[in-house]
Write a protein that binds this ligand. Structure first.
Ligand code: CU
Length: 155
């Protein structure tokens, strides 16, 4: 059975990836999520996950990349949209002293920066407002490409 046929755009790619690696975790609320990069690309393998409002969630980022340039983190933003991503991404590039995570209300939670081969974990409280929250890698040059979506549903 083929669910998505024809257009061949980025939607199809996303669907393929989701069905391979994260079928259940993308649509069912989870309390633990693991995210990896796609090889040495500036992309997350897991580009969406769902959590319940107000719950504690443990997020692990396993940096499976091998290229020394592919340092990554996962920074969850307090909302979505290009303006927000741009604002945080730009501020992050100035924040090398704090692992490229700037002090901003627009950030819900952030992992440490993970070198290739390193795994980092954080536990955070999901926002109480259901909705769509973008997560990005704030290592300089990555945020434009390296993005995903956290869906928050009613608990
Ligand atoms: Cu990155």
């Amino acid at each position: 059975m083929v669910a998505f046929v024809g257009c061949g755009g980025s939607d199809t790619e996303t669907s393929d990836k989701a069905s391979k690696s994260a079928t259940s975790s993308a649509t069912e609320a989870v309390s633990e999520v693991t995210i990896e990069p796609v090889g040495n690309q500036m992309k997350y393998e897991q580009t969406e996950f769902t959590v319940e409002a107000g719950t504690e969630v443990t997020l692990t980022f396993d940096n499976t990349a091998s290229s020394p340039a592919m340092k990554h983190n996962v920074v969850i933003l307090n909302g979505e949209g290009d303006d927000l991503v741009q604002r945080v991404g730009t501020a992050a590039s100035q924040a090398s002293d704090s692992g490229y995570v700037p002090e901003l209300d627009a950030i819900v939670a952030a992992t440490d920066l993970a070198d290739p081969g390193e795994t980092v974990t954080m536990t955070f409280t999901v926002p109480s407002e259901p909705g769509t929250y973008t997560y990005i890698c704030t290592f300089p040059g990555h945020y434009m490409m390296m993005q995903g979506t956290m869906r928050v549903v009613e608990a």
